[in-house]
Design a protein. Structure first.
Length: 224
């Protein structure tokens, strides 16, 4: 697992986001447009050529491999390539997760045509992915270290129509490095999918105490 630090201030990150988020949003709009367009085939060919030209221009300077999860100087993670929450990932809806004082994590997201499984309904794998992320978020924030999914159990109660959905996750207990979490995905009428996870903080990660010490040391370096 690649843990790298980037020496970026909050202002520098905000400046990057101001450029990156609209770009990713444009690509999301493109994905939706390609799915639903009814323009003639010749126009599609022309669109492909123009998209290929844009892709080639972005490939002029390309990071090797994936984006990874760099950490800023105050140890904020930047999971910008993440499939569920990544601000650089047009495949991500993206989920914007709020963490609350009572330990719950919540999110509201609109799932459009790109997330279809059965006609007009959310793909089950997408529901599982979003719930998995919510379980990971609730467990990791509550635990103070990143927690990986050990076991994920998903129950589909009824079909989820495409559109706005709400997600909520809460930790129900912990045992050693294991954190037990429950989550639900709801449409306007209530839960459509529920999930239970056993999330595990991997043995080779720094402990919450070690992370707190690293964070304090990095902050002191910057203040000096
Ligand atoms: C903010 C971050 C949000 C991220 C959200 C995204 C969530 C994800 O999608 S994570 C990606 C998917 N998950 C993975 O790839 C995980 C792959 N598996 C692994 O890396 C490891 O097997 C891992 C981390 C689960 C456990 O490894 P390790 O640290 O060596 O655990 P280990 O020491 O064997 O076991 C620790 C405890 O966990 C339990 N455990 C281990 N694996 C599992 C499992 N798969 N299911 C349930 N419990 C498990 C063990 O039984 C043990 O329990 P106990 O202390 O009671 O004996």
């Amino acid at each position: 697992m690649d843990f790298r630090l980037v020496d970026l201030s909050a202002d520098e990150i905000a400046a990057q986001l101001a450029v990156v988020e609209p770009l990713t949003e444009s690509v999301r709009a493109l994905i939706d447009a390609v799915i639903r367009t009814e323009v003639p085939d010749d126009d599609l060919d022309d669109a492909r050529r123009r998209i290929d030209a844009v892709t080639a221009s972005l490939r002029a300077a390309q990071k090797p491999g994936s984006y990874g999860v760099p950490f800023t100087r105050d140890f904020t993670g930047m999971p910008w390539g993440n499939a569920a929450v990544g601000v650089r990932n047009a495949i991500a809806p993206p989920l914007r997760v709020d963490h609350h004082d009572d330990g719950t994590a919540t999110a509201r997201v609109r799932l459009g045509a790109a997330y279809e499984g059965p006609a007009g309904l959310v793909h089950g794998g997408i529901s599982a992915m979003l719930l998995d992320q919510m379980l990971g978020e609730a467990a990791s924030v509550g635990n103070g270290t990143p927690c990986f999914t050990g076991t994920l159990t998903v129950k589909y109660l009824r079909p989820t129509p495409l559109g706005d959905v709400d997600l909520r996750a809460r930790t129900t207990g912990s045992e050693g490095r294991k954190v037990f979490v429950r989550a639900e995905l709801c449409d306007a009428d209530g839960p459509t999918v529920t999930a239970e996870g056993i999330m595990v903080s991997p043995r080779n990660l720094p402990s919450p105490d070690q992370i707190a010490k690293l964070r304090a040391a990095t902050a002191a370096d910057h203040d000096a």
